[in-house]
Design a protein around this ligand. Structure first.
Ligand code: ATP
Ligand code: LTN
Length: 331
C-alpha cells in the first residue's frame, strides 16, 4: 500500500441505503480515495444482530457493494469487500472480547436502544457488536474512521481497547481517530423531521432510497411533513423546512442562505417540487451506474473477490502479530 494514512468504514447490510447514507457517507467516502488508503466494507456479520431473511440479506449486501461503486468509489483505488469473506474479523473479535469489560459494553447507547426496539431478540451479538466493530478497525491499523455522531461511542471503545492491548503487549495496534470531514449534512426523516432519516424505518415515505425512481422521489418529497407558516427560511422549530433546505443545499452544492434567497417569497408546493427534481437529478447517475453494474455480474464478482484477497492479506498480518504477542504457538 502507498504511504498514506489508512481509512476504514462500513455500512451494515440491513436495509435499502437512503439519501442520508449517500449525503452523510458514500458521497464523502468517494472524495477520500485520492488522499488515503481506503477500505470500505459491507459489514454483513454485523447485520445479523437483528434477524434477517437469508435471500434478502444476500440481495441487499450485493446491492450495497454496487452502490459503493456507483457512488464513485473506485474498486481499483480502494479495497471493497464483504466482512464475512475475511475470517480474521471474527477471530480478532474473539480475542478483543477478552480485553473488553462487561461494564463498558453495558454503557453503549446503541445496545440500550436496539434492545428496547427488539425486546424479543436481545442476543449476545447485539451486546458484543462494538467488539466486532473494534476488530474491523484495528485489523487494518486504521488511522481514521469516518462515521456519524451515533458511532462515536463505539469508536471511543475501539480506541480504549487498542490502548489497553498496547499497554500489555507493546505497540500492536494503531489507535484510530474519528474522521470529521467537512460538516456532513444530517438528513432527517421526511415524516418526522426530528428523527434522522434511517434505512431501518418501517415507513418507506420517511426516506428516499438511493434507488428510488424519479416519480417516487418527487412524490415522497411532496408528502414531506412541513409547517403551516408558508415561509422558506431556516429557523428553529421549522424542522421539516430546515430538512428540505439542507437536502436541496447538499444535492445542489449550495449554502442554506443561497437556497433561502432562491426561494424567498415562493410557496411550499413550488419549493417541494424543486427539491424533488434536484434530488432525482443527483441520484439519477448513481442509479444508472448501478443498473450497468447489475448487468455486469462478472465485474462485480471480480471486485469483491479481489477486495477480500487484499483485505485478508493485511488482516492476516495483524492477526499473526496479535497471536504471537499473546503467546500462542506459531503454526
Ligand atoms: P440503521 O437505521 O439501520 O441504524 P442507518 O441508515 O442509520 O442504519 P448506518 O449503517 O448506521 O445507517 O450508517 C452508515 C453511514 O451513513 C454512517 O456513516 C452514518 O453516519 C451515515 N448516515 C446514516 N443515516 C444518515 C443520515 N440520515 N444523515 C446523514 N448521514 C447518515
Ligand atoms: N456500526 C456501524 C457500522 C460499522 C462500522 C465498522 C463503521 C461496523 N463496523 C467499522 C465504521 C468502522 C454503523 O452501524 N453505522
Amino acid at each position: 500500500m502507498e504511504d498514506k494514512k489508512t481509512i476504514f468504514s462500513g455500512v451494515q447490510s440491513s436495509g435499502f441505503l437512503t439519501l442520508g447514507n449517500y449525503i452523510g457517507a458514500l458521497r464523502n467516502w468517494a472524495k477520500l480515495q485520492y488522499d488515503y488508503n481506503c477500505l470500505f466494507s459491507v459489514v454483513d456479520l454485523h447485520s445479523i444482530t437483528v434477524r434477517q431473511v437469508p435471500a434478502e440479506l444476500k440481495r441487499r449486501a450485493l446491492e450495497i457493494l454496487k452502490l459503493y461503486i456507483a457512488s464513485g468509489i473506485d474498486p481499483e483505488k480502494n479495497i471493497l469487500f464483504f466482512q464475512s469473506h475475511v475470517p480474521q474479523h471474527a477471530e480478532l473479535a474473539w480475542v478483543l472480547g477478552c480485553y473488553t469489560y462487561m461494564g463498558e459494553l453495558s454503557r453503549m447507547t446503541q445496545f440500550k436502544d436496539k434492545s428496547t426496539r427488539h425486546a424479543d431478540n436481545i442476543n449476545s451479538g447485539l451486546f458484543t457488536y462494538p467488539i466486532l466493530m473494534a476488530a474491523d478497525i484495528l485489523l487494518y491499523q486504521t488511522d481514521l474512521v469516518p462515521v456519524g455522531s451515533d458511532q462515536k461511542q463505539h469508536l471511543e471503545l475501539a480506541r480504549d481497547i487498542a490502548i489497553r492491548f498496547n499497554g500489555i503487549y507493546g505497540d500492536v495496534f494503531t489507535v484510530p481517530e474519528p474522521y470529521i470531514g467537512e460538516v456532513g449534512a444530517r438528513v432527517m426523516s421526511l415524516q418526522d423531521p426530528t428523527k434522522k432519516m434511517s434505512k431501518s424505518d418501517e415507513n418507506p415515505n420517511s426516506y428516499i432510497a438511493m434507488l428510488d425512481d424519479t416519480d417516487t422521489i418527487i412524490r415522497k418529497i411532496k408528502r414531506a411533513v412541513t409547517d403551516s407558516e408558508g415561509e422558506i427560511v431556516f429557523r428553529e422549530g421549522k424542522d421539516g423546512i430546515n430538512n428540505l433546505l439542507t437536502i436541496y443545499g447538499a444535492v445542489t452544492d449550495k449554502t442554506i442562505p443561497e437556497v433561502e434567497k432562491e426561494f424567498s417569497g415562493r410557496g411550499y408546493g413550488e419549493f417541494k417540487a424543486a427539491v424533488g427534481e434536484a434530488v432525482a437529478d443527483c441520484l439519477r447517475p448513481v442509479r444508472q451506474r448501478f443498473d450497468e453494474l447489475s448487468k455486469n455480474k462478472d465485474y462485480v464478482e471480480k471486485t469483491y473477490k479481489e477486495g477480500a484477497k487484499r483485505a485478508e492479506y493485511l488482516a492476516a498480518k495483524t492477526l499473526r502479530k496479535v497471536y504471537k504477542k499473546i503467546g500462542f504457538i506459531e503454526r
